[in-house]
Design a binder for this molecule. Structure first.
Ligand code: TXA
Ligand code: MG
Length: 308
């Protein structure tokens, strides 16, 4: 293992970010189980959306430890991994790929990338790496080390130069939906290639093809959720933010210190905890609509049923 691979692995173990080459595009990676690190990735992308991220693994065995790949998905993994195919499957172990990396979904996207450097990192790390493409939001995916550094290098404490990406186009994203395979994002592996191995594939639904992250049903609590509540009602579970009274029952403080990255890291798991609490409703404190706060508010609004 080269010295720079070791540097990247120790950065990831410390909860920091690393720019990593894959055969498709460069990724901005972190430990998929570390919600603070995942929040930093969203922050680095700018105009963060909390789209669910791909968990990168060495191969099928590593994927099966936390993702429930069905028989067809396994056949595809055997045929195309390592390679540019991402499979979305029910999550089995939510500690390995944290709630924020999955945007609160009960599914996980997983793929084994085909590049020796990221494979060495994954092998040494022994856990999946969550990585979106290393571009700032709204910009093209970087396919050279220099482009990746220009986009998000300032946020990474390590980077590996793996040369220009061989494929240069993002992976194909395929979901298992009620026993059917659905094409969520066209990409480097073609529909024809997939159908040869696994039979018919359904197209993404409506706007989903353009924006699969938006198509997926996002986590919504079963209790009514009210937003921007500075003074919580008696009996409501409260998602607080910033200084809050000590000892109030059913209070889940997203960040007592008012830190948006910490709030993002806690958001989905605290929403679930508030839903489980012995209270009839959930109320959420106002959260500043700046930086990561935009994505936090977007997700809270979706959870409250305010956005489609
Ligand atoms: O080639 C690639 O896929 C590159 C390299 C770095 O691996 N990664 C990449 O990541 O393009 P990103 O974050 O830019 O795109 C991930 C795609 C998004 O379209 C997202 O909506 C979808 O995967 N996705 C991730 N998890 C999902 C889930 N649980 N359900 C549905 N779609 C999911
Ligand atoms: Mg991208």
């Amino acid at each position: 293992m080269g010295a720079d691979v070791e540097t990247a692995v120790s950065a990831l173990l410390r909860g920091e970010l690393a720019i990593l080459p894959t055969e498709t595009v460069y990724g901005l990676g972190c430990d998929a189980g570390d919600a603070r690190a995942v929040a930093a990735v969203f922050q680095a992308k700018g105009r963060p959306q909390f789209n669910p991220l791909i968990a990168h693994v060495t191969g099928i065995q590593a994927a099966l430890a936390f993702a429930e790949l069905d028989a067809r998905a396994r056949r595809l993994a055997e045929a195309f991994w390592p390679g540019p195919l991402t499979l979305v499957a029910p999550i089995r172990d939510t500690a390995v790929v944290c709630d924020l990396a999955r945007a609160g979904l009960d599914t996980v996207a997983v793929r084994a990338p085909d590049h020796p450097l990221i494979q060495q990192v994954l092998g040494a790390l022994g856990r999946p790496v969550a990585a979106p493409s290393a571009n700032r939001s709204g910009r093209p995916s970087p396919t050279t080390h220099a482009d990746a550094i220009e986009e998000t290098g300032a946020f990474a404490s390590a980077s590996l130069d793996g040369g220009p990406c061989r494929v240069g186009l993002e992976s194909t994203v395929l979901g298992q939906v009620r026993g059917e395979l659905v094409l969520l994002r066209p990409g480097a592996v073609t529909r024809e290639e997939i159908e040869q191995i696994a039979g018919p594939v359904a197209s993404g639904l409506g706007e989903g093809a353009a924006s699969p992250g938006r198509l997926a049903r996002h986590y919504a609590p079963s209790k009514p959720l009210r937003l921007d509540v500075a003074q919580p009602s008696a009996g409501a579970a409260w998602l607080a933010f910033g200084p809050a009274p000590e000892g109030r029952p059913h209070t889940f403080n997203l960040s007592p210190g008012g830190d948006l990255a910490e709030a993002a890291a806690n958001l989905f798991s605290f929403l679930r905890a508030a839903d489980r609490a012995d209270a009839l409703t959930i109320e959420a404190a106002p959260i500043p609509r700046v930086g990561l706060g935009e994505a936090i508010n977007d997700r809270l609004q979706r959870a409250a049923g305010k956005v489609g």
